[in-house]
Ligand binder design. Structure first.
Ligand SMILES: Cc1cc2nc3c(=O)[nH]c(=O)nc-3n(C[C@H](O)[C@H](O)[C@H](O)COP(=O)(O)O)c2cc1C
Length: 181
């Protein structure tokens, strides 16, 4: 795939197959993501790969939060959510070191956004899908405890699910080029 095709064809994947993805491929994508532009070379990245025990706890947390939000959250819905969240081969939490300077903190978040796109494109080229989720459970105070990180030191920008796509969504409708300039 050439670069243009790669950029246009990448989709956020919401449904993954319950299949493994080699950690070496993930690690390669993480390494490449460190080449994102990074003002003042702060190196803010703190990637946290959730282990199976942490994942189980995080799935429980996600279910609990859904139950709090939706009084009608049925057993069937719970089962479906557990299955959906269990499918991606890897969960990489997107942490950045928390800068005391508000401007640097903003710029570090921008760097992470650039890095996530690099990860997604590098993996997409190999047929591996990603989903950046900022869902409630991904940034919840309990999540910091489960991952054993301090919110004073690390700021979570969500989680990146990585896995083999089960369904590739249709591309979103885009306004005509030129609309934004
Ligand atoms: C910062 C950020 C947070 C996102 N959080 C979520 C999320 O919580 N849930 C979700 O379904 N998609 C999430 N997405 C994915 C977007 O919804 C998705 O990029 C958008 O629908 C366009 O689809 P595409 O990525 O396939 O082009 C997020 C994307 C970004 C950049």
């Amino acid at each position: 795939m050439n670069l243009k095709e790669l950029i246009r064809s990448r989709r956020t994947i919401h449904q993954f197959k319950d299949e493994p993805v080699s950690w070496d491929l993930v690690e390669e994508a993480l390494e490449l993501s460190l080449w994102a532009p990074n003002h003042k070379l702060t190196e803010p990245w703190r990637y946290i790969s959730a282990n199976p025990e942490q994942r189980q706890q995080l799935v429980d947390l996600a279910v609990d939060l859904k139950k709090q939000k939706e009084s009608e959250f049925s057993e069937t819905k719970e089962k479906a959510l557990r299955k959906k969240l269990s499918a991606p081969a890897h969960w990489i939490f997107l942490g950045i070191s928390k800068s005391a300077d508000p401007r640097t903190f903003e710029e570090d978040q921008a760097t992470m956004a650039c890095s996530v796109q690099i990860i997604s494109l590098v993996l997409w080229e190999k047929g591996i899908g990603t989903k950046w989720s900022t869902g409630k459970f991904s940034i919840h105070p309990e999540t910091y405890k489960i991952l054993d990180i301090s919110p004073d030191e690390i700021y979570l920008m969500g989680v990146l699910f990585i896995g083999i796509p089960d369904l590739i969504p249709a591309p979103p409708k885009k306004k005509a080029p030129g609309t934004f300039w």
